[in-house]
Design a binder for this molecule. Structure first.
Ligand code: SIN
Length: 329
């Protein structure tokens, strides 16, 4: 009898001890992204990790997985919904499967500069778009900048006709496909991690991206020309799954929100700095020629691509489009 009692006491202690260990274990937040660490998104993710480590020591640990090492852009949103990763910051062009509304950000020549984008994102329409995927289980926590997009290519591209018949890699957005189709080019939706090799092997002719991605992914080393078109934006939406985010303890979530806000400010500052720095480093490398357009040449691109707005007006919402246009003033 005494032996049985001893066994029971030991068993109860073991259960209590393991329960205590479970309750004491920190919440692990996996933050996965597809770019290099020294980019606006990489810098933001690492800053978030470090701020959380400072303010929620022992309670929350953020693990950052850069360079598509955990999930590539084809799989990361599915992984988020399955709970295999908890925070992502995909380019706004990659949410088409979950909402057509965010495609507004892909319309060519819609925003004249980053300030216009800020005005739209901080206005009522931009803020409402953060919640456009809630019904699909995705919560938009905030926007993060990268920069305006440029077109890199194997051949010099100055006029829309120069792009005709050429293959350009794009992100998974029908607006981006329509944008290249408008100038007679062939858009190809491909994951970010494959772009360098596709360019290097000349399986495609070119691609569009921000200066920071063209630099950090070494696209400029395998593309002899970059046309400074500033025709579109590459921005991100920092997202989590509603089930994960809403399930966080009430004393933890506000601290994480504060850390996110601060790390996004750090990422946005890096975006502004890197845009010019990375452009300059690319220019200094002499590996590629940067083609700048005259006003008339740029206008020819605007005219060729602008019909895309009409085509997607209903999908992105007329009110959103009007607000985006107004943000340029
Ligand atoms: C990114 O900046 O996250 C990737 C952009 C791209 O897929 O071109």
């Amino acid at each position: 009898m005494l032996k049985l009692k001893t066994v029971l006491v030991v068993a109860v202690c073991a259960v209590l001890l393991s329960a205590a260990t479970v309750f004491a274990s920190p919440i692990v937040i996996k933050f996965s992204h597809v770019v290099a660490e020294d980019t606006p998104k990489g810098i933001m993710a690492n800053a978030f990790r470090d701020l959380v480590a400072e303010r929620l020591e022992g309670k929350v640990v953020v693990e950052v997985y850069p360079n598509s090492q955990l999930f590539g852009d084809g799989k990361e949103l599915e992984a988020l919904l399955l709970g295999d990763v908890h925070i992502l910051a995909p380019a706004l062009s990659k949410f088409q499967k979950y909402t057509p509304l965010l495609q507004i950000y892909d319309l060519p020549f819609l925003f004249k500069d980053m300030e216009a984008i800020d005005r739209f994102q901080q206005g009522p329409q931009g803020k409402a778009l953060l919640n456009s995927m809630k019904g699909k289980g995705i919560i938009g926590l905030d926007y993060l900048h990268n920069g305006m997009k440029q077109i890199s290519s194997n051949n010099p591209i100055r006029t829309p006709e120069d792009a005709k018949g050429r293959k350009f890699r794009i992100m998974t957005s029908d607006v981006l496909a329509a944008q290249f189709e408008a100038v007679g080019a062939m858009p190809m939706k491909k994951p970010f991690a494959e772009v360098f090799i596709l360019l290097q092997t000349k399986a495609i002719d070119g691609q569009e991206n921000s200066w920071s991605n063209i630099y950090s992914q070494k696209f400029f080393e395998v593309q002899p020309y970059i046309t400074e078109t500033n025709h579109g934006i590459l921005d991100y939406l920092v997202v989590s799954s509603t089930s994960f985010w809403d399930g966080l303890p009430a004393d933890i979530r506000p601290v994480l929100e504060e850390c996110l806000k601060e790390s996004i400010a750090i990422g946005n500052k890096a975006a502004a700095d890197k845009d010019m720095e990375d452009r300059q480093t690319i220019a200094d490398s002499k590996r590629t020629e940067i083609i700048t357009l005259t006003d008339a040449e740029r206008e020819a691109w605007v005219e060729a691509m602008k019909p895309v707005w009409k085509k997607f007006e209903d999908a992105v919402g007329k009110e959103n489009l009007e607000a985006a246009i107004a943000s340029n003033n």
